[in-house]
Design a protein around this ligand. Sequence first.
Ligand code: SF4
Length: 349
Amino acid sequence: MTAAIAPPEASRDDTVLDISGLVRHFTGPAGTVRAVDGVSLSIGRGEIVGLVGESGSGKSTVGRCAVRLDRPTAGSVTINGRDVTRLSKRALRPLRKDFHLVFQDPSSSLDPRMTVGAIVAQPLRLHRLASGDALRDRVATLLAQVGLRPELARRRPHELSGGQRQRVSIARALSVDPQLLVADEPTSALDVSVQASVLNLLVDLQRERHFGCLFITHDLAAVEYLADRIAVMYLGQLVEQAPAAELFADPKHPYTQALLSAAPVPNPAAQRSRARIVLSGELPSPLDPPGGCRFHTRCPLAVDRCRTEPPALRRLAEGGGRQVSCHLVADDGTAPDAAAPCPVTINRP
Ligand code: SF4
């Protein structure tokens, strides 16, 4: 279980999202899937936090719990100082304008029977924030802000391209000026050629409107470009969290080192000189996660202690407030290099 830690850049008053000790388990015929197991994370106003990890690490479940599309098994979710963890749907309704989720696939999240104009207007109508001409003007402004021509308001989602549909989702999410936006792989269903323009749009809007953003992705290049801080998840838990520049310059956790070693970098010479860390085996099942450190079955640096003792997520003594959960990372930030494992490695399940 991790401790609740506020972002170093933000004061308590600036915190828009505070997730503390979040647990989400799903129980079915095959057993209990421990999708999220003790995640604590805060986001300040105007801050973009990137949440990265392999598919199956639990990052989307964190995102869904953050906007209460999913109810946590334990732990708490506080938005703008209000604990929303156990509020009923009815009690949540008036608060929903403060937080929105942009889904991975805009095709499935936009109602095909509605026009684009009606989709963007829907949250404004629901929260009674505009009507009549004011509503029409607001929709036209929002479409312009996301780079869509006003006449598209009369079209339906299937008449638009994937990139245009995602712009509509973003316009809808931002129509009520939320304080928190959770974007779950917002570009992964789009053509590579339009991914950059949608990311640029998100960054421009975030800098202009200053909302807090949880950006969930497996795209490390995207997260390096836009996030202020990055949290790395492995098998339902956070293993490292640090300001983006520090994490990319000097990853401490062996899993973060492996993830970054596999990511393409813009400089081909740097790419060639960088040692690639290939992890053995697949991500273990969250139905039966390994004991001790959950990463020990794949960690090139694992020692006996790792198999029995779970490492705590500790704040290191460096300025950026980095947190790491690994027995081998010292409090002063000294960390072994997973690309050069020590001879006592026991990389066995
Ligand atoms: Fe986990 Fe041990 Fe590897 Fe650190 S060295 S990541 S504690 S298995």
